[in-house]
Design a protein around this ligand. Structure first.
Ligand code: ADP
Length: 231
């Protein structure tokens, strides 16, 4: 009997062109790779190599020009706008370099935000968001506002928020880009824990120390995969 690893995602010949003032930019020129469930991938490469474009496609924020992207077996390239936003909201957790927290809201309220947009807030969801705050080590900061937190703590709130719909697939765009080395290590520990629980994580980074904590690094160059290596 052969064991076949379940794929979280499968990317085939993915291309993305942007047309800007009549000129076509080939941001991705045919990218293919498989993502087994529970993988932890870093994407690296120089500025302009296509990292953000790839992350946007993986996050269902944009559609490819051609090629296929199967997420849990479903072809994202064929989804309509409603299906795309539903997939995004329910199945993908996003973490950004700049945290994107709302300054007027408390820690718990920020974590609740995705549920607020979905109109699904009640006492039970509040309890769950408190649990998420505790999970990321902010159980004693529930009523603090972002300005009263360190950068590392703000990123923990953002990670807790990304977990509110319990996604199996997490994407992070330079999650430690604004943090010093101590806070970077804390966030990497947290991501490693989430990965060890079975969540698939793909992050973009410029930092070798971050990439070294992932299981696999894909390096992009001019819209192509230059290398794809496991540690
Ligand atoms: P990276 O994240 O590695 O810096 P990007 O994916 O942002 O690379 O960009 C890849 C290429 O696509 C670059 O040449 C960039 O200028 C171009 N590009 C990215 N987004 C757009 C856009 N919305 N419109 C036109 N060109 C774009």
């Amino acid at each position: 009997m052969t064991a076949v690893a379940t794929l979280a995602a499968s990317i085939r010949e993915l291309r993305k062109d942007y047309v800007l003032s009549g000129e076509t930019v080939h941001a991705l020129r045919g990218v293919s790779f498989d993502v087994p469930e529970g993988d932890y991938i870093s994407i690296m490469g120089p500025s302009g190599s296509g990292k953000s474009t790839l992350l946007n496609l993986l996050g269902c924020l944009d559609r490819p020009t051609s090629g296929s992207f199967l997420l849990g077996g479903e072809d994202v390239a064929k989804m309509n706008d409603d299906q795309l936003s539903e997939t995004r909201a329910k199945r993908i957790g996003f973490v950004f370099q700049s945290y994107n927290l709302l300054p007027a809201l408390t820690v718990v309220e920020n974590i609740e935000m995705p549920l607020y947009y979905g109109g699904r807030l009640d006492g039970e969801t509040r309890d769950r968001c408190v649990e998420l705050a505790k999970l990321v080590g902010l159980g004693n900061r529930l009523d603090h506002r972002p300005s009263q937190l360190s950068g590392g703590q703000q990123q923990r709130v953002a990670i807790a928020r990304s977990l509110v719909n319990d996604p199996r697939f997490m994407l992070a765009d330079e999650p430690t880009g604004n943090l010093d080395s101590v806070m970077t290590a804390e966030i990497l520990d947290l991501l490693a824990t989430l990965n060890a629980e079975g969540r698939t994580i793909i992050l973009v980074t410029h930092e070798n120390e971050v990439a070294e904590r992932t299981s696999r690094t894909i390096v992009l160059r001019d819209g192509h995969i230059l290398t794809d290596e496991r540690r």
